[in-house]
Design a protein around this ligand. Structure first.
Ligand code: M7G
Length: 199
């Protein structure tokens, strides 16, 4: 028996760079697409845990048809919630990444009809792990949206998603999870852009 997921999901991997000439596109690889709980566990049990990846590696789990890139048409108006875990030795990153993935594929991060969650990401970096959740918008209505939201409603929806993500990552109330728009990230050349919202 297979338990179907609400969406199909694709796992992507960013290889750690081997030489100087490597660019983002050479390193980003599509791994596998799945549509059931059982397939997810089969994949999960057979891939390298995050804690064993090299520096500059990423896993990205995105809805099928969405590339884990700012430039994707379904990401380009969006942003992300993210948190950096700076104590790499003590943080249970494999567990946290598992729960981030389960919250995405189990659709527990957003309400029916919110239509915001695009995917989740884990980055292995020198000095920290970063876990992120990419959203379709930054709270504003975007071209082509059928339902219109006021900026206040959009902010409420994104903050509710951020708070659930913060729980999934088992953070304390005093910890701060930050949201930033991808266009800010693209312009600053990095993810460390000005936070738009915090929870
Ligand atoms: P990062 O992995 O988000 O953060 O971006 P980091 O600074 O902690 O490593 C690292 C670099 O990867 C960026 O400066 C870009 O060169 C490249 N990169 C990352 N993302 C998510 C994208 C993307 O969506 N599109 C493109 N073109 N490059 C990206």
């Amino acid at each position: 028996v297979k338990h179907p997921l609400m969406h199909e999901w694709t796992l992507w991997f960013t290889k750690p760079p081997s030489g100087k000439g490597d660019n983002w596109n050479d390193l980003l690889k599509e791994v596998v697409t799945f549509s059931s709980v059982e397939e997810f566990w089969g994949i999960y049990n057979n891939i390298t845990p995050t804690s064993e990846l090299g520096l500059k590696a990423d896993y990205h789990l995105f809805k099928k048809g969405v590339r884990p890139e700012w430039e994707d048409p379904q990401n380009k108006h969006g942003g992300k919630w993210s948190y950096q875990f700076k104590d790499k030795r003590s943080v249970p990153i494999d567990d946290l990444w598992l729960h981030a993935q389960l919250s995405a594929i189990g659709e527990t991060l957003e309400g029916d009809g919110d239509n915001e969650v695009m995917g989740v990401v884990v980055n292995v970096r020198k000095g920290f792990y970063r876990v992120g959740l990419w959203t379709r918008t930054v709270g504003k209505s975007i071209p082509g949206d059928k339902t219109t939201r006021t900026p206040a409603q959009g902010k409420e929806i994104l903050e509710a998603i951020g708070r659930r993500f913060k729980d999934v990552l088992r953070l304390k109330e005093a910890d701060v999870v930050e949201f930033s728009g991808h266009t800010d990230s693209a312009h600053s050349g990095s993810t460390r852009a000005k936070a738009k919202y915090t929870v």
